[in-house]
Structure formats: structure tokens, C-alpha cells
Design a protein. Structure first.
Lengths: 390, 390
């Protein structure tokens, strides 16, 4: 498989991470979030269901810690050397009386300088209280600190190569959404629609294949549109009902999510009016994007626009997006919401995600945009209108 | 959508959980693992990327805590009443200075008896050190204890209705594997094979649709078979190479995993011999299954058999299986490995998963079996032979 990123690009990523570690007073950083591991090393396998970590800041260079049977995969997908990869014995897997990070702590004992400050991703997926406890118990002389989303913040501004990957994801997302809107028909089972959507996600294009998105297709239908995050059932789509398609495509784990809404039959006036207002709000939010503008200002532009239509939305309207592994394609850094005063910088990428739940019915519309010197550049191209199929 | 389980069955599940809580000295249990939430309430949505919990043992009955936009989904998929569901405000999502479990702690403050002992699933997926910290900081008078895999153990013995769901998953798994072996051909891209596999997983049968398995298709090919857990690339399958198909099907989140190996061309003698030995070892392991037999004895039967062929396997050969959400379909309770002295009981279900990594090439073969009075009942029916396509 062709290399997506040069060794130089990986070195720059690790270098920027080291700079942030120094600024935050961290000697060592234990990275556990799968998207961060992929970003820093290229490591890619479904091994995150057992504990794994990349340790940065050690005198001998980065150390990758994983289950023994996964260690060959680290050597196959990264530039790390064999002596940088430690595989733990299989009898540490899922045991009540011992934890793989007991082994990691033992490995680090001789490698850490005295009184080192070690950063932990204390709110990362796949990092449990027991895992942290194993490190604390095994390294009693060490000072631990919450590194928060340090690497996630390094990921916020995308390189040219990353934007290329996201544009490829956008090409796939356009196809996926076309397939989805086509397959949602009266009498078709939701599971059969999901089947065609996932098929399109993986096929990608003739030039490049698709990867698995961090979230499976969400397609709440009928009464299900009253809430977020429902997946599918084997019930058929019915006339007179809306279906929300919250989908994505991924290319090598870089995501382009896309949400649209379909209505089978004659759409209720409220849904039509809401869709038009949301589309107008989306345009207003995109028009507000420029370098130096703050995240909360994008939300304010949206809010002012939909308020003129008597609408309001209590939840955030978007977030930073890029690499994703289950369960989330968001980066957990910037959000488009009141109070987020982060200034936009060219190369940042957001999923502007407008989900409206109106009591009896819901709808969604979204775009992924990149911040450029000229404003927002939408990565995908797909009509914004409510898709009405009568 | 038809109800899979009766209200009585949910009540029995909660009742057995309460008994174990009492036995372990827990007044209250905070359940966070998505599979456990589904088991105890039927709650089903892709909302586990933000914190959520079911609290058992409170004077007023169970309490479900989730993000505000997900609260309607709890009411739609469970028997809980509106006053039992608390949705947290959206500005607690992914913030460095506050955590949703600050809100949960505040909600629990008035509801907990003095000096209550509260169990936490301290090694569960989607429960982070920061989440635990929020509970400890917000409930200073409470004694916290690690409940370990308490609910997972309640899940170990399946009811008749659960076995019915797993048999449906097995019917889908047979179709999925047939599609997979058919589509792996010289020149076909791995991503296109994954596409057909995922399509078959979701379609299910004409009578019942498929759900998303907890793990995407893993299909390491060629050199990729040297390691576990690789997913797919957009490279084509090549003649002279093995492909390991580690797949599953799910019906309403109940899983039937299935692994087989395909070889394109003339299979090397070592791979053929290993496959035959593994198949013999699998039969020996299945023949050892009976009520009262210990988990480690199943592994011993396998080990003795493959040793006669000069083979050994350092990792476990199976684990308890049932409900799964990403990232794992295993239940994290029993493993088929030395030292696991759990006695088999009718209704337990295992994924007997034989992965052999031989240096330059690897292969896998697996079966899901249920423990019955008569021995092992394999849920799926699919040939064990290495699939050689010349």
C-alpha cells in the first residue's frame, strides 16, 4: 500500500507534539487515543480493544506498547524499529487481578528520569480508571498530569497531504449520500438501506478505496427522527415519514461526514420551512468563516439567522474533524458554540452539523469545511435541499 | 419494531444484578459499558461517544443519565419513565474544565444514602479516569469500589430468547462467510471485498435484518496475515497469498463471529498441514465441552492435540461472547486459557477462536458454541477446511 505521509511529515507531527509537551511542562507523554496513535506513527489495526500506548519523551526515543499478537502489526504499519515495540503477554488480557499497564509501568521504571512529569490523556477513549491506577501504582515516584487533548490540538491544522486525504473522503461521501437517498424508498427495510450505504463507503471510487468511518450509518426514520444517534432496524420505510441520513466516508481514517434528510411523500410544511431556514443558517455560518474569526462567532451567525425564522438550537453546531476511529470522528478540541473563543486558522477543518429536533420530527443538514485565507471551502458538493420523494 | 425480550426478562436481569451487588457489598452500581446498558434496559443508540450511565440501587429505582439530545432515544428504546431519565446540557460535551459526570454527581448527591458503597466499572470501555474523578470529587462522602465485570458475569448464561437471537446471528454469519469466500479473488481490491461483506452483514436474511457487528471486517492478506487485527486496504488480492477472514454477524447486537482462511493458488504444505491440525484441535476442544468442565480444560484438549503436530499457541483460544458494541464482541469474563477455572454451565456461549501466526503466514478458524447438557452445540454450520481457490 502506498505511503500516505512522508517520514518527514511524521517527524513534524512528533516535533510539534514535543513542543507542546515542553510548553505544558511534560517530560513524557503516554498517548492512548487510537486517532492520536495513527496520527503520530501511522499505526492502524483494530487492536484498541486491549490497552496500547505510545510513550513520547523517553531518552531512547518513542516506545510503542501493545498486546504481543499485535506487535507485528506495529512493525508493518509504522516506521518504528523492533526494539521500540513491546508486546505484553496474552495472560494479561482481560483479567481481574492484573492489568497490561502493570507491564508498561515496569517497562517505564528504568526508562524514566527521576521526578519526571508524565502526561496522561485522562479523558481519552480506551483509557480506563484501572489502566491509570496500574500506572500510578507501578510508578510511585512519578508525577502524573492530565495532558488533556494535547495531541488532538496538534491535529487541528491539517497539512496539504491531510487535506488531500479529506478531499478523497469527500468524493466518497458524495457517492455514499447519492446511494443513500436513492435506496430510501417506501417498503425497503432500513437494514437493506444501511447495507447499500456501507457497501458504498468501503468501495470508494475506482481510483481509491474507502475505509470504515468511525460511526456506522445512522438513519433514524419516522418517530426515530425525534432523537439523535439511532442506527437502523429491519422495519421498512413508510410513506409520510422523514429519514435522517447522518453518514460519513473515510479515506485512510480521514473523514468527511455528511448529513441530509429525505421525506417519502408530501413533506409537512413545518419540515419544509425548517429545512429552508436551516439551509439559510448554514450559508450564514459558512459566510462568517475567515481566519481570525472565533468559533463562537460562527455559531452566532447561524443563531441570528434561524432566530428570524423563530427557531433555536440548544446544542453545538459543529466541531473539528479529521482522523477518526470508533466511536467518534470529532477531534474533541474546538466546537462551534457559545464560549469557544478559539480563533480560526487556515487548514482547520470542521463538521458544521445542523440537527434540529422539533418534537414530532427531526432533520439534519451538514457540511465539512476547511478554513482558507478566502473563507470556508466546503470539501464535498451535494445539494442542501430536503430530498422529497413522492 | 418487535420486542425481542419481555419486560419480565429485563426484570430478571436487573434482579440478578441486584443479587450480585448485594453479595459484593454494593449499595449502588453505576453501569457505563454500552453492552451492559443494552442488556439491562434495551437502550440502543450510537451515543456512547459521550458519557452515559445507568444507576442501579437508588431508592426511587433505576436512573439513566445521558446527553440531553439522546434522552428521547432512551424513552423510545427502553421501558424507563421520563422521570428516570436525566439529560445533561450540551455545554458539558468535550470540555476541558467540566465533565458530564459533574452533573451526574450532583444528581446523585441527594439520592444516595449516607455512607453508601458505590460500584464503578473501572475497566469498562468509555469510562475514563476524568469521568471517575468527577464522581469522586462530586461525591466526597461516598465509598467507591471496583465492581469489575459484575454485569458481564450476569450476562454469561444466556436465556432461551438470547440463544434465539444468537442463532439468528449464526444464520447471517453463514451467509456473510459464503459471500466473503466468494468475493476474495485475484485482482479484487480488499476494500471491495469488505464492501460485499458489510452489505451481507446488514442485509441479514429475508426474515430478519442484520445489525452492525462490534468489529468491522478484518481481512489481512498476504504479509498481513502475519499479524492479528488488520482491517483492509485498497490493494488487490494476489495469487499465492492467504487471506484471513475474521468476521461476524449480529442480530440486535447479539453476535456470531466466524473466522476462516482462503488461499488463492496452490497452498503451501505448511499452511495445509497447519489447517488440518487446527481443525483437529478444534474438534478436540469441542469434544471436551460439558457442564462442570473448566474453561482451562478446553484449552488443554486443544493444546495436547496440536502439540502432536509440533504446534503451539501462546494466546488464549476463546472467550465468552454475546452482546457487543464497538470495540469488542467478547464479554470480558471467561477465557479459554490456562488458569481460567470457571466451570461450564448450560447456556454459556463461547467464541472458540484459533488464530495461528507462523512467522511468514497466518491462518484462523473459529466456531461459536453453546454449552448444553449434551456438550457443545455449534451455532453456525460452515466447512472448516482451508478454502483453496486455484
Amino acid at each position: 500500500m502506498s505511503e500516505l505521509f512522508s517520514a518527514d511529515e511524521y517527524a513534524r507531527r512528533v516535533g510539534r507534539t514535543s513542543e507542546r509537551m515542553a510548553a505544558d511542562g511534560l517530560d513524557v507523554l503516554i498517548v492512548v487515543e487510537p486517532a492520536n496513535l495513527y496520527y503520530l506513527t501511522g499505526y492502524d489495526a483494530w487492536s484498541f480493544y486491549t490497552p496500547q500506548a505510545l510513550v513520547l519523551g523517553l531518552p531512547d526515543g518513542p516506545l510503542f506498547f501493545t498486546r504481543g499478537i499485535d506487535a507485528p502489526g506495529v512493525l508493518m504499519t509504522t516506521g518504528l524499529a523492533a526494539e521500540q515495540v513491546i508486546g505484553f503477554a496474552d495472560d494479561y488480557v482481560q483479567q481481574p487481578d492484573r492489568h497490561p499497564f502493570d507491564v508498561l509501568a515496569a517497562e517505564l521504571r528504568g526508562r524514566l528520569r527521576d521526578a519526571a512529569t508524565v502526561g496522561l490523556e485522562r479523558d481519552a477513549y480506551y483509557f480506563s480508571p484501572r489502566a491509570e491506577q496500574a500506572l500510578r501504582d507501578g510508578l510511585p515516584g512519578v508525577r502524573f498530569a492530565d495532558s488533556h487533548e494535547l495531541v488532538n490540538w496538534v491535529r487541528a491544522i491539517k497539512s496539504a497531504a491531510e487535506l488531500q486525504a479529506m478531499r478523497r473522503a469527500a468524493r466518497i461521501a458524495e457517492r455514499v449520500m447519492a446511494v443513500a437517498i436513492d435506496v430510501v424508498q417506501v417498503g425497503v427495510r432500513q437494514c437493506d438501506a444501511a447495507a447499500e450505504i456501507m457497501r458504498a463507503q468501503a468501495r470508494g471510487t475506482a481510483e481509491f478505496g474507502g475505509d470504515y468511518p468511525a460511526i456506522v450509518p445512522m438513519l433514524p426514520s419516522g418517530p426515530g427522527t425525534r432523537t439523535a444517534h439511532l442506527t437502523w432496524s429491519d422495519e421498512p420505510f413508510a410513506v409520510g415519514e422523514a429519514t435522517v441520513l447522518e453518514l460519513a466516508a473515510a479515506y485512510r481514517h480521514y473523514h468527511c461526514p455528511m448529513a441530509r434528510t429525505v421525506f417519502l411523500g408530501t413533506a409537512p410544511d413545518e419540515l419544509r420551512r425548517t429545512s429552508e431556514a436551516v439551509s439559510e443558517g448554514l450559508e450564514a455560518a459558512l459566510a462568517a468563516v475567515a481566519p481570525g474569526v472565533r468559533c463562537e462567532e460562527i455559531e452566532a451567525a447561524w443563531r441570528a439567522t434561524i432566530a428570524r425564522h423563530g427557531l433555536e438550537k440548544p446544542s453545538r453546531i459543529g466541531y473539528s474533524v479529521g482522523i477518526g476511529y470508533p466511536p467518534d470522528w470529532g477531534e474533541h478540541t474546538m466546537s462551534l458554540r457559545p464560549g469557544d473563543r478559539t480563533e480560526l486558522v487556515p487548514g482547520m477543518t470542521f463538521h458544521l452539523m445542523l440537527g434540529m429536533w422539533l418534537g414530532e420530527i427531526g432533520m439534519e443538514l451538514s457540511e465539512v469545511f476547511c478554513v482558507t485565507e478566502q473563507g470556508a471551502e466546503c470539501l464535498a458538493s451535494f445539494p442542501h435541499e430536503l430530498a422529497v420523494k413522492s
